[in-house]
Each structure stands twice: as C-alpha cells, then as structure tokens.
Write a protein of this length. Structure first.
Length: 134
C-alpha cells in the first residue's frame, strides 16, 4: 500500500542522491581544474555540498509526499520551518566558517528537513491506517 510506496520513494531518493553525491566527490578535483583559478576555494566546499544532494532529494520527496497525502497547507508549514531552520544555522556557521559554514548549514538543515518530513509522512500514513481500521 501507501507505506510500502513511501519506503520505496525514500530509499530510491537516498540511493540515487548518494550515487550522485559520490560522483560529485570524485569529480570535484577535476571540476576545479576545468573551471579555473577563480574556483580554487571550492576544493573544501564541494565535498560538503555533494552530501547535500541525497539530503535535499529526501527533503523534497518528503514534501511532495506530504502534499499528496494531506492538505497542501502542510507543505507551507514544512517549508517555512525549513527556511527558519536554515536561517538559524547559517548565521553562526557562516559567520564562523565563511562559505564552508554555509555549506554545512545547508547540509544540516536539509538532513533535518528530510528526517522531519519522512517522520511526518510515516505519522500521517499511520494515522490514516488507524482511522481506516477503527
């Protein structure tokens, strides 16, 4: 049913996102040479940003799943919470670590949003199943 589909969607996002992240990590040193000296500082940022890919894909799929199984207003609440969380993380990390701190803030926020989003999906699906059973 829907739970099995949700698990498949989450695992597919995690797998594909991780493969793309690994590819970016492998290609990062080469990309820096291709784009030239103006991008020399990316050697420390790209490895962090690579892992944003699976986190963001999980976050976005959770958001789409929430919209498909419940009222669209939930997506607005979810996205506003993510924006607030990103702002809270970017201010101290960006101030202390510069661009690398902003990358870490994005990675942490996307990971948190993915976890919260999928927890919300599972709770909603459980609520639906309990409602149908009762």
């Amino acid at each position: 049913g829907l739970r099995q589909l949700a698990w498949r969607l989450a695992l597919s996002c995690l797998l594909l996102g991780s493969l793309l992240a690994a590819a970016l990590r492998v290609a990062a040193p080469w990309l820096i040479h291709v784009f030239g000296p103006a991008f020399a500082g990316l050697d420390t940022l790209l490895p962090v940003m690579a892992w944003v890919i699976p986190a963001m894909s999980l976050h976005l799929m959770a958001a789409q799943t929430l919209v498909s199984i419940g009222p669209p207003g939930r997506r607005l609440i979810y996205d506003l919470a993510g924006l607030a969380g990103l702002t809270v993380l970017m201010l101290p990390l960006g101030h202390r670590l510069g661009a690398l701190g902003l990358g870490w803030a994005l990675l942490l926020n996307e990971s948190l949003m993915a976890a919260v989003g999928w927890a919300w999906v599972w709770l909603e699906l459980r609520r639906r199943a309990d409602h149908q059973a009762g």
